[in-house]
Ligand binder design. Sequence first.
Ligand code: SF4
Length: 230
Amino acid sequence: MEQYVRQNFEKAMQLPMPTKTFAKLKAADSFIVLTVRPGIINKHLTSTQLNVLAKLADEGAVKYSAGHSFIVSVHEEMLDEVIQMLTDVELYVVPPTPSAIMKCCDFCDGDELDALPIAKELLREIEQMPLKKRVRIGFNACTLACYNAVQDDLALIYHKGKFDIYGGAIPMGRRASSGELLAKNIPEQYIIACVKKLLVHYNTSDIEKFFLFIKKEKVSIQQQLKGDWS
Ligand code: SF4
């Protein structure tokens, strides 16, 4: 195997750069990007899904992102048709509008399903909720939090029927930092109301950046979250 690993590394070290990128396609024609995921929870791809992505790579471009998504460049005229193709093979298109977007872990590929019922309820109530800016809500289904929810705008970390909430991460740049603990052990029956209230509070505030909103309103948010269920 060693020889093949070496060959593989040498090939990778040719460092090929893409010839078709969104920037190049957009400069030449009316291309837009879609953020696409294998599922809201599932992270595995089927051959059928890969075939659709391969076709889209031929017609536009496909790359993967730091946020567990494919960035698919499609011609604007093909948008509806492409979304239909993706829907037909159960690929999820993250709405391009400013809204709440949940970034779920994979529930250990379906082996850790204790949090699935409440995750489904949260998705129905929160996912795609219109907001003034996109807010990424990391949902990790156990305290290992291996999908790094604390690096998202808001983090919901599940443990035995309760949630810890973190918020205000700065995910990139020189000031990058994790979110701060806002509330601990919120019983799951209160979590939807707590998250909704927090998002409405953000949406009606005059602060645009979510991490700044958390920073400036932290004390009142903590009091509000505590008052919502205790
Ligand atoms: S956060 Fe926990 S439940 Fe989710 S994938 Fe990681 S280890 Fe599994």
